[in-house]
Write a protein that binds this ligand. Sequence first.
Ligand code: DPX
Ligand code: MG
Length: 566
Amino acid sequence: MTKETQFTVGDYLAERLSQIGIINHFVVPGDYNLKLLDYLEYHPKLSEIGCCNELNCAFAAEGYARAHGISAAVVTYSVGALTAFDGIGGAYAENLPVILISGAPNTNDINSSHILHHTIGTHNFDYQMDIAKNLTVAAVALRRAHEAPRLIDHALRQAILQHKPVYIEVPTNMATQPCPKPGPISAVIEPETSDKASLEQATDVAADLISKSEKPLMLAGPKLRAAGAEKAFLKLAEALDAAVVVQPNAKGFISEEYKNYAGVYWGLCSTRNADKIGEFADFFIGAGTVFNDYTSNGYKVGPTPDQFIDSDYMHVSLPGYEFTRVKMDEFLSRLADKVSKKNATMVEYARIKPALLKYAPANPKELLTREELMRQIQGVIDGNTTLYAETGDSWFNGMQMNLPEGAKFEIEMQWGHIGWSVPSALGYAIAAPKRRTVIMVGDGSFQLTGQELAQMVLHKLPVIIFLINNRGYTIEIQIHDGPYNRIKNWDYAAFMESFNAEDGKAKGLKANTGEELEQAIQIALANKEGPTLIECYNHTDDCTKELVAWGSTVGATNARAPSADQ
Ligand code: DPX
Ligand code: MG
């Protein structure tokens, strides 16, 4: 590959990606994006990670954004992008700024009567852009080189400001076109600030409402991290000395060793009596909360609007008020200056706080139970661990894990795509190679995207995968059972080792008893040169009681008859 000396659109995009902090981008090549990939490769600070397919590529980028703040995935037209869109929808739902870059037909063909490969075989070249517009906050198609700087900068800025994915379409003849060099990067990355008058008024109203309440409780939601407002949230918690609870998809955003931490607030699935302190509270101070059907257990959990303040990235909702252009972190921090101590929820919590969940060791010779499995996984989690909990009973098991200071937790609860965890953890481990990435994933989920383990082998990432083999879709069994919830068993341990081929250092192990699991974990911890998958026995019916309770509420919510006025 020889590089032209002139600065091109490909160089511009590469330079901007680097300037916004991207080091690794995730790719699947195709003839519509090959030239662009060359330009990304030429850039001295960018390094590509190949993926097995575009769904995994989008999820890997999503995981990279979880650890690193922002990411990019590069795919080919239609056959690639349409597959990637599923993961991009996930990034939208999970508030992760992923830049999806797609190759596209030559600009001369787009307006011609030619029929092109990787299309539906008509002259419609709009469908991909139409989908992109629905799944991103900015979708741009480069058609003329001189417009590229403006369009690229616009898309990148929107990703950063809105914490959501964006789409950039690059025709196959565009990366090579001469283009001006980028201006200062501050034009793209400079953060927005609050409108001062709105910030003052919003915090005055909020402080007044809090002073009139007796038992305020702080509630962290899934948008707190994307807003970068964790510190401000804690500042307010300290000022009030109120108890702090988190939604299930905000677990880990607040240290579980924080003195005011009172667990996961999720109705019957709550931990550490968070539901009880929620019932005791008379006012909720939320930050980035989202109550969907799952996290509200069929709309049963959550504060009423008259007892609830919530802040989003750029607005605040209070009973009877709505303030726009008020940033979450600035709101929480300024509010902390205006309130005084109101610690009734903390006083009550000290009374009802349960001891930390701890399972007694099982007989090591006996078949593994869910409790024994969780007891041993808990032992692996230290302050340097990131625990991934895949959709399935792993969600509920994950909730109950105690996270020591420094440990992190990743879940994909809004999108809820089975198969997310393996590729996302690949991206995460690429971005945070010094952390211990641990995945809890069910057999059904694993079957969607398990081949992305290959990249962990290639890049020698010591990820530990607990494959929980309960021979089926147990969560679906609890929502609504039928023969479709049973799946073909695989030899998962052998599958892992198949990726080694001639040079890999992955290990695939099986654990049917407590003793075997203990030994497997020792081997996994010692394997620093590749991933280790431990296929763990779990009886189909041996699931959490929280899943059973939640499954019946979701089943009932799904089954509601149509309203008469519909
Ligand atoms: C489905 C789910 O084996 O976990 O613990 O046995 O439930 P459990 P598994 O990974 O099975 C997962 C399975 C089929 N959900 O129980 S949660 C429906 C679904 C989804 N995402 C996609 N397709 C179907 N969530 C992409
Ligand atoms: Mg299963």
